[in-house]
Structure formats: C-alpha cells, structure tokens
Design a protein around this ligand. Structure first.
Ligand code: ZN
Length: 338
C-alpha cells in the first residue's frame, strides 16, 4: 500500500479544528485521527475518544503494537517528542526544525527516529482503516515542518482560523465547565483558580496563527490552505469539497447536509478528553460570543489581534448574528498561500 496523504491541521484552541477534522473524516477515503502527537503523552489506560482505553482501542492498540514491534517504547518516543517538538513554544520549535532539516534529513538520531515513527504511524492508520488520506489535528506548526522533510509522505497543511473573540469566549466557557467539575469532585480543596483571561487566550491565538502563517509561507502554494471556521459551518459541503480537491481527491459521495445535520461516525482521538461516538451533529455557527463576551473582553481581544483579524477578514464591529460573511474580505472561505 502506498504511503497515505497526510493533512496537518493547524489552528488555535477552540478554533474549529476538531469539527473540521471530524467532518472531513466522514468523506470516503479520509480518516480523522485526532491529535496524533498526543498518542505518546497519554496514559494507555486512559480512554481514546471511542471510549476504549488506548491499549484496547481497535485502532490505536494495533498502531502502537506495530510501531513498538521493533523494541522502541512509548516512553522513548515521548522523550524524543518532548526534546525536539515540544508543545510549548512550538513556533520556536518549528524554526529549529527548519534549521536542523535544511539538508533534507535530520542529523540528530533522536529526531530522525521520531520522524520515522511518525511516518509509520500514518502508514499504519491508513492501512488499518483503508483510508488514503489521514487527517491529523495536532495543531502544532512544528509537526507540519517535520512532515515537510519526509520526502515519501505527501503532506498538506490546512490552517483553520476563527474569529479570536469566538475562540476566547469558547476557552472561557470550557474553563468554567472544567472548574465547576473539579470543584464538584473535590469541594474540600476550595475554589479552583480562575480560568484564562481573554488576553491570555488571544495571545495564544496570535502566536499560534502567526507561526502557522510562517510555516505556510515556506510551503508550495499547492500544499497550503487557509479555511475559516465560519465558512466551514455555513457552507460545509462547499468547503469540504474544496479541501478534498486540494489534496487531489474526488469523493464519490458528499454527505447529505440538507437538514443542517451530519451523521458522524466514531472517532479515534488519543486523549481527546471527550467521547466522539457516532452521533447526528447539527452544523451551525457558534456565535454566542456576540452576546455573552463582555464588551471589555471583546475590545481587548480585537485590539490585540487586529493585524491578523484584518488579514482574515474579521470586522471590528461584526454584524448581527448569522451575517458575518457579508462584510468580510474572505468570501470564498478558502485561500491558498499568496
Ligand atoms: Zn479509539
């Protein structure tokens, strides 16, 4: 079986990467593999998003078995990843990887070994699922750089961007839910610390998208794509069809979304923290931030993120709900690198 095509999804927290990956994974010939880089960091007894512990998951248990058959352990692989492709400051890691791989291969034996493992993971996922395209929503720019150096893997980068005010509001809501859950589980520990501020979430959005832009500029135009979350959920069939064409695929059937819902199958995402079982999911724009994000947070977020917001076509003063697109510059929803 030939090596699969791989789509590396870049983006920020609560920025639409999961919904993009899950929708894309429903196309014939595609498989959504979640955040693959977390495979090495998670306790194998913890559940995959399919509900089974990783070491019993019908997909990842077999992938791990194959990858570790040569004697390498998950702990070793996690160590290689932590040393060369850390989650923290991944934009710096991406620059370092570019420098290390300027000769077309990695001189550092750990980095070379890690790259080989990653290559085999994608190969095993494709073989076990029968997919031609593996969608990896790890979100980190340094993963995209690493893959660029693997000459026998045909890799594509899709950057998913969402209005930073929507992302910041979603991060706040998620933090509040987690805080409430922890406080219920251990009330004797006292109130949990406050969630991240809008400024924190926005700076994270900014650094992640600035790094993603930098990586995309290094790629040939036919390997790099920008998709807005808002366009994806407003015109899912158009966007999914365009992404499939971008990677050279032409699925026989696109899903029926006429009722505004999509039937999603079980997903296997390591350490997703959330079950992604088969479900009928409404496809609709989450615009709650327009009513629920405080004016102060909305102004602060826009002030910090304005250079990139403008680039992506997000207006300072959004129109009323569900008409975001009418005043935006990015009408197609898809932009190849200029
Ligand atoms: Zn699973």
């Amino acid at each position: 079986m030939p090596w699969p095509k791989v789509i590396i999804v870049l983006g920020s927290q609560r920025g639409g990467t999961t919904i993009f990956g899950r929708l894309l994974g429903e196309l014939e010939g595609f498989v959504y593999a979640g955040e693959v880089r977390r495979l090495w960091l998670s306790d194998p007894r913890k559940p995959c998003s399919c509900g089974e512990p990783l070491d019993h998951c019908p997909l990842w248990s077999r992938v791990l078995e194959r990858v570790c058959a040569g004697g390498v352990t998950r702990e070793e692989i996690a160590g290689w990843q932590g040393g060369h492709l850390s989650n923290r400051h991944s934009w710096l890691g991406a620059l370092r990887l570019l420098w290390d791989g300027r000769t077309g291969c990695y001189a550092d034996p750990e980095l070379a070994a890690y790259a080989e493992v990653v290559r085999h993971v994608y190969g095993a996922v494709a073989e076990l699922t029968g997919a031609r395209v593996v969608v990896d929503a790890s979100k980190h720019p340094n993963d995209a750089v690493l893959l660029r150096q693997l000459s026998d893997v045909r890799s594509y980068v899709v950057q998913i961007v969402r209005d930073p005010r929507g992302s910041a509001h979603s991060v706040q809501r998620r933090d509040a839910v987690r805080r409430a859950r922890r406080n219920r589980a251990a009330p004797e520990a006292g109130p949990d610390r406050a969630g991240r501020s809008s400024a924190h979430a926005t700076l994270s959005w900014l650094t992640r998208h600035a790094a993603s832009e930098a990586v995309r500029r290094l790629l040939p135009a036919d390997r790099s794509l920008l998709v807005r979350y808002e366009d994806l959920v407003e015109r899912p069939l158009e966007v999914l069809g365009a992404v499939a064409a971008f990677v050279g695929e032409s699925p026989q059937h696109l899903p029926d979304l006429s009722a505004g819902v999509m039937d999603l199958g079980v997903s296997h995402s390591p350490t997703s923290g959330k079950r992604m079982l088969a479900e009928r999911m409404p496809i609709r724009l989450d615009e709650r931030w327009m009513e629920q994000l405080s004016r102060g947070d909305a102004v602060l977020t826009a002030a910090l993120a304005w250079p990139l917001m403008r680039r992506y076509g997000y207006p300072l003063q959004p129109p009323p709900a569900r008409s975001v697109h009418s005043t935006t510059a990015v009408r197609s929803g898809l932009q190849q690198r200029r």
